[in-house]
Design a protein around this ligand. Sequence first.
Ligand SMILES: O=C(O)C[C@H](O)C(=O)O
Length: 533
Amino acid sequence: MALLGVSRRRTFRSGAVAPEVFASLLRSALGRPITTEFREEGDTFGPIHVPADKFVPSFRSSLPPCLLDFDVNRRLWGAQTQRSLQNFDIGGSREKMPEPIVRAFGILKKCAAKVNMDYGLDATIGKAIMQAAQEVAEGKLNEHFPLVVWQTGSGTQSNMNANEVIANRAAEILGHKRGEKFVHPNDHVNRSQSSNDTFPTVMHIAAATEINFKFIPSLISLHHSLHAKTIEFKDIIKIGRTHTQDATPLTLGQEFSGYATQVKYGIDRVKNTLPHMYQLAQGGTAVGTGLNAKKGFDVKIAAAVAEELSLPFITAENKFEALAAHDAFVESSGALNTIATSLMKIANDIRLLGSGPRCGLGELILPENEPGSSIMPMKLMNFQNFQGKVNPTQCEALTMVCAQVMGNHVAITLGGSNGHFELNVFKPMIASNFLRSLRLLGDASYSFERNCVRGIQANCERIAKLLHESLMLVTSLNPIYEQKIGYDKAAAVAKKAHKEGTTLKQAALNLGVLTGQEFDELVVPQKMLGPSD
Ligand SMILES: O=C(O)C[C@H](O)C(=O)O
């Protein structure tokens, strides 16, 4: 198998794969005879063989990973996709262009054909393109999009992958053979377009769609759950902590209201970036001037995409900016970075508050979802006030995701800051990192909500114990100037209690600062939860 991997690399880097070499690789891999067919596709570089095989399905599972990349039944792609496959053997199928981009290409090419028909594209061809593009938009042709992110920085090869697949599929719909170019990838499918405006357009379509239909709903469910805890915990008074040290009291509900508000603001933050995301570059063509597109094409295509997705897309105010910069992505990724920052804080708090079971803070009881330890047997269920060792695994997953999102933001920032002249050529990297951040952060928020937040319980006994042991309740004595206490005497009470291991009340009595009754009237945690009248 290792030999096969090596020979595949050598074959690819030296040019087109000869059909007999490919067939022989498969024969030796499978140890049995197979039928391997290739068809000839061509572009301005000349002819090239595209594997056109239909493998016997049961063979697929026995293929070695190095050949799985090639095992795509009935390949619809053409010459330029095949060249990209051979020239950019970087990362393999795990580094494929994200699916939301492929689907967005389907939407865009469908809308382009629709608008191009208004401008004279043959209706038979236009409709077949629309049908083929719809199949791409629905994810039905995903297997025909094998290219990786690490290709030309304009996304030209993925644009051509879309053009070739749609052209061949449309030709088939019209009863023609693939490769014949009855429907032409450039002249028909890519009509009035350049990769330089299509790729940023699909980036924006994919991002806005994922933000609206997946990411925001996940954050909303997390916000709801945190808000519900705010209400559930509104009467539980606990000790606050500043600098990780004991501080004055607050309610557990107040503490959770901070988390809920962070998430609410996160939703606002990402929504605020959408107006720039809704601006589409389409119609700018190669450098932003719109050469080779008809007047009004840009406005019409943005309207068609808006109608298709029921989102308020518009044509970009300035096509030069839309091609040469991706500030909208840096901005929106900045919002994701902020959300990751918020979620990191929330998840860290929750895991620390849930630390224990005996030797930690233990104020929260986290839901037990799985055995956490392969060696330590203390995995008992929380049962009748007995808290077992519950590893905060959801917090761990979420904080790892947050770290990844912050890293992605650095890559996006570098990509965004490196547009040169009329084109930014970090497009696939920016898009893939952004979509990965959205997906990870959305999924992790949803998982955190479902498997952690909604099941969090307060450990009231522990909370009360820590509250009453705290010396910080003495802070309520500071403002009692009329009774001549104030900061210095209050500090003396706390110090004495700490030194002698007594309660605050005992220390106050021993120092003669207050009577027992006065102490009970003044040091009341319930009265320490907000400003006084
Ligand atoms: O692919 C295109 O349409 C243009 C290409 O990215 C280029 O600017 O050379």
